[in-house]
Design a protein around this ligand. Structure first.
Ligand SMILES: [Zn+2]
Ligand SMILES: [Zn+2]
Length: 297
């Protein structure tokens, strides 16, 4: 496939290796190109076809009121289709948010920050106002927040059955899995839970950093590589997370590092909790996890 050039700033766009969808991200301005269907993957807080509804709505308003969504930015050419002129499309019923849409490949271009604005709007739009999920890129890394309600599904260490609970999971994904069989988890975590993950038999790794080794159990296939990866910067960021213990509600949870992500889990809390992914608490947790993940690059 040809290298894509950003329709906003002409810098090269490169694909992000996200677990579910590969989005092309501009190395210059951070704009993103979503192939058909991919924007729906990133839309949270509302179910269904955000892409289709935005297109239909834009057409309806255009026909009835002769209003075309306006954007302060000029018309753009599709990076996928050799500069095919893109059309301005309003997000569902919100004139304030305008995307560039390619009628040929049906892809969308979003400027940096627009996924956040979109999901904030969609959250307001959804009936109960609950944003159960969060997806966005921070410093080029995919961040996903999920809320599990029920207590019997993932994450796997929620064992309560028959009790309604909420567990909150925030993950920052690496662009490429590390392939080290890595699992770093809090020292105080019972070893039997680690066995339940099927990690039994792997070597325990010691970094030589007394504070870090006291706080975490480290497992992986290649001790030397793992030690190198857990650089002083990574250890410092992870220890800072543990000592400042940022939290959504009242009980800090385990920080873990896997081959594919840095993960923070909180809960279970009894009942159904409402998470505001745009809150300062969430921003702190996300920023701190991102700083650990970026230190591992
Ligand atoms: Zn750009
Ligand atoms: Zn196109």
């Amino acid at each position: 496939m040809n290298t894509m050039k950003c329709p906003n700033c002409s810098a090269t766009m490169s694909p992000s290796d996200d677990p579910d969808v590969t989005v092309d991200v501009c190395t210059g301005c951070g704009g993103r190109f979503f192939d058909k269907g991919e924007l729906n993957e990133f839309a949270t807080g509302v179910a269904g076809d955000v892409e289709g509804r935005s297109l239909i709505w834009t057409d309806v308003v255009h026909t009835l009121e002769h209003v075309v969504p306006v954007d302060k930015l000029p018309q753009r050419g599709c990076p996928r289709c050799d500069g095919e002129p893109m059309k301005k499309v309003g997000l569902v019923t919100f004139v304030g948010i305008v995307f560039d849409f390619c009628p040929k490949c049906e892809g969308f271009f979003l400027d940096v920050g627009e996924v956040k604005s979109m999901n904030r709007k969609l959250k307001e739009y959804s009936g109960d106002g609950l944003g159960d999920e969060y997806r966005d890129h921070h410093q080029g890394l995919l961040v996903r927040g999920n809320m599990y309600f029920g207590g019997t599904t993932a994450p796997p260490f929620v064992f309560q059955r028959g009790i309604a609970t909420t567990t909150i999971e925030t993950k920052v994904y690496f662009n490429r899995p590390l392939d080290l069989g890595l699992h770093v988890y809090p020292e105080r975590w019972p070893a039997k839970l680690a066995k339940a993950f099927g990690l039994f038999g792997k070597q325990d790794i010691v970094t030589g950093d007394a504070e870090f080794d006291a706080a975490f159990i480290i497992q992986g296939n290649d001790g030397e590589k793992v030690k190198k990866l857990l650089s002083p910067e990574v250890r410092k960021a992870a220890l800072r997370f543990v000592s400042t213990a940022p939290q959504f509600f009242s009980h800090p949870g385990p920080l873990q590092i896997f081959d594919y992500c840095v993960c923070y889990t909180e809960g279970p809390y009894s009942g159904k909790a409402d998470i505001d992914w745009q809150s300062p608490a969430a921003a702190t947790i996300i920023d701190d996890l991102v700083s650990i993940a970026t230190a591992m690059k």
